[in-house]
Design a protein around this ligand. Structure first.
Ligand code: HEC
Length: 145
């Protein structure tokens, strides 16, 4: 049972700028929840993750459609996922990646369905494998590698 710790983490995430979604936290009912809560805190995770080889292809396939110049996700949130710099810059409310800490990074919170909204918006959720790649990459320091 991680209800308490998740609640605390959620509060932290909210403080970091996800306040928008606080009104309807659906994380409590998320099927399966965030896989591997404990593992998610482990620095590194299993295997080195590369931004160019592992992370960017996921963003390209699943996020860029809406988070590029002229698309609604960029227009509404300010989050431009065309480049590493854009990802690290985050939304107009602040960063979505906290290097080394996937538990409070909105990038991970959203794709794992830990918030009231999930990304990709209105699309099939990421696979467990894609979610893990993003989590490990953040926990390994979110490097442009
Ligand atoms: C079908 C369009 C669409 C896709 C695909 C999509 N997004 Fe979004 N995204 C949006 C829209 C629209 C917003 C702004 C409105 C909102 O926050 O709900 C947004 C907002 C966000 C935010 C900011 C949320 C906040 O409130 O701070 C993040 C982070 C994000 N998206 C990440 C992603 C990631 C990562 C992917 C791919 C896994 C992705 N999005 C795919 C449309 C999309």
């Amino acid at each position: 049972m991680r209800t308490h710790s998740r609640f605390t983490l959620w509060s932290v995430a909210a403080l970091l700028g996800l306040g928008v979604t606080l009104a309807n936290p659906s994380w409590a009912a998320a099927p399966g929840g965030a896989p591997g809560g404990a593992a998610a805190n482990a620095p590194g995770g299993s295997g080195r993750v590369s931004f160019a080889e592992d992370v960017f292809p996921i963003l390209q396939n699943r996020c860029l459609e809406c988070h590029k110049t002229g698309a609604p996700g960029l227009a509404f949130s300010g989050l431009n996922l065309e480049t590493y710099e854009g990802l690290m810059q985050g939304t107009r409310f602040g960063p979505v990646v906290v290097p080394g800490n996937s538990m409070v990074s909105n990038l991970n919170v959203l794709v794992e369905g830990r918030a009231g909204i999930r990304m990709p918006h209105n699309r099939k959720r990421l696979t467990a494998c894609e979610i893990e790649i993003l989590r490990n990459w953040v926990n390994q320091g979110a490097k442009n590698n």
